[in-house]
Design a protein around this ligand. Structure first.
Ligand code: T3D
Length: 264
């Protein structure tokens, strides 16, 4: 399947989505959001993929909404257009990323600004090139952070730092993002894709069902108290105990060998 604004390849259970508008630093258009959404939906619908990488082509990861896209700057029904654009195009992508069973790695190869930064933060792992930076750029154009940024960022780095990034719109270097616990890790620029692929391999070789259930447990935790979360864990553990990977994991432990998980 070929796309207009992204590239998608898959091999050995790992899929890679590359945002592919390098001249605009991979700024998001409705077509691009639709195409990302389509790949995520297919990945969620029982595909053989067991890990996903999201990256950008050229020197940027993603510069957020394409500010030159027709409709964005129309004075007429601007507020209606933005509401429509968010609910119709942005929210499905963020929701699908958060709800996807398979782990997603954002391989942030360069600047991630506005909704581009929050797209990365919606992934399970953010691996960034040392030269990358994150900018909650919305305030520079008089907008409010969206795409889930106000939800995820304070939880990752605390209120004070989230306020600083969102109210001042300062760029945050990848190394600082790592030091603050905002991202998984930062690596030398030239190593980014090899590191992302190695991480994806590790995840794809894992107990895919148990990893999906772990994601569900983590997603439920912010709104649960401990007792409710214990119930969630018990329910999900029953599901994990019904997988072949659990049997394989146990057998491998007894035989003192590495487990060979099939994702079933
Ligand atoms: O409608 C709705 O649904 C609303 C939703 C909003 C969600 C949002 O994401 S709002 C935030 C939108 N994004 C921004 O405000 C970021 C705008 N870009 C920048 O601030 C800077 O470009 C960067 C800090 C990201 C990078 O700066 P720099 O100096 O490395 O690159 P540059 O020279 O500014 O950009 C390179 C090219 O990309 C340039 O094109 P040119 O002059 O070479 O032809 C520039 O215009 C283009 N570009 C960068 N960002 C965007 C863009 N084109 C369209 N839309 C962009 N967002």
């Amino acid at each position: 399947m070929s796309y207009e604004t992204i590239r998608f390849v898959s091999a050995e259970a790992v899929g890679t989505i590359t945002l592919d508008r390098p001249d605009q630093l991979n700024a998001l258009t409705r077509i691009m959001l639709g195409e990302i959404g389509e790949v995520l939906e297919k990945t969620g619908r029982g595909s053989s993929l067991r890990a996903l990488i999201l990256t950008g082509s050229g020197r940027g990861f993603c510069a957020g909404q394409d500010l030159a896209e027709p409709g964005v700057m129309d004075a007429g029904n601007r507020s209606e257009a933005i509401t429509w654009s968010l609910t119709r195009f942005y929210h499905p992508v963020i929701r699908r990323l958060k709800q996807l069973d398979v782990p997603v790695i954002a391989a942030v190869n360069g600047v991630a600004a506005g909704a581009g930064a929050n797209l990365a933060l919606a992934c399970d792992f953010v691996l960034a090139a040392r030269g990358a930076k994150f900018i909650q750029a919305f305030r520079h154009i008089g907008l409010v952070p969206d795409s889930g940024g106000t939800h995820v960022l304070p939880r990752l780095i605390g209120e004070a730092r989230a306020r600083r990034l969102m109210l001042l719109g300062e760029p945050l270097a990848a190394e600082t993002a790592e030091a603050w616990g905002m991202i998984y890790r930062c690596v030398d620029d030239q190593d980014l894709m090899a590191e992302a692929e190695a991480l994806a391999r590790q995840l794809a070789d894992g107990p895919t069902r148990a990893l999906a259930l772990t994601k569900k447990a983590l997603a439920a935790s912010p709104t649960n108290d401990l007792l409710a979360q214990l119930e969630v864990e018990a329910k999900l553990q029953r599901e994990a105990l019904a997988t072949n990977d659990w049997l394989e994991g146990l057998e491998a432990f007894r035989e003192k060998r590495p487990a060979k998980f099939e994702g079933q």
